[in-house]
Design a binder for this molecule. Sequence first.
Ligand SMILES: Cc1cc2nc3c(=O)[nH]c(=O)nc-3n(C[C@H](O)[C@H](O)[C@H](O)COP(=O)(O)O)c2cc1C
Length: 264
Amino acid sequence: MDVTKPGPLTNPTLELIAQRSSTRTYDPAPLTDDERQAILHAALRAPTGGNMVLYSIIEVEEQALKERLAVACDDQPFIATAPWVLVFAADWQKWTDLFAVSDVEAVDATDHRTHTGPGDLFLACADAIIAAQTAVIAAESLGIGSCYIGDIIENGEEVAGLLHLPPHTFPAAMVCFGRPRKRRAPIGRYGRGLVHRDRYRRRTGVEAAEVVRELAELHAPSGLPEGVANYAQAVYRRKFASAFMAEMNRSATWWLERWTSGGR
Ligand SMILES: Cc1cc2nc3c(=O)[nH]c(=O)nc-3n(C[C@H](O)[C@H](O)[C@H](O)COP(=O)(O)O)c2cc1C
């Protein structure tokens, strides 16, 4: 089965998903209250672990704050031009605060009222990101484009300060929203080997080399950047060995330490 193709079934929802692409140039007109409500309601209706809604959404409205975030997020000025910016924060703090006023007693060796572990973080991140993607699709259905900003993980100390994020929170996703100035056609995705049956099967060296060739055909049809011999070298330089990735990993360690220690 070739999952890069939609197959014979189609409906408006599937078409919307297939046609979506990230939007980075926005009509400056603000979203209406009705649009914001529809999108936020859709986010809230997303699945959530134990129906606990383990995330909070911060609407970033202040222009100065958007501009600070644009710089903190690997200096991406387009962020500050988006009429609506949402941060989806994994949030265990809201529950620890509820425990604090509810005579909750520790029932095992770990006092979960004050100690949140990496498992709690992973679950809350899943909640936050699923809500974010539901908002993205809801927005798309209203003609409103969006773009995720993964760099919100960077410069954790500054971002936590700017958004007043308490210790048991983590900005799992930031998404810019706005009406696209220009619609972009969906870009190609490499899908071969995406789906495994029953068990994970690692590619052989020969298969991996073939994938590198196919990726170049798909994503760099007019040629590779100077100084690289293949597509994997280009990606390694641009993404994995970049300054922003070093900062993201440094900052992620800080977020994790803060989450698990409760900021102590
Ligand atoms: C986790 C995540 C982080 C991303 N971070 C950024 C970002 O910081 N800046 C940006 O311009 N796009 C960002 N994007 C958008 C991707 O670049 C985009 O989804 C990808 O190139 C595929 O394009 P498409 O969304 O148009 O299909 C991010 C997307 C995801 C899912």
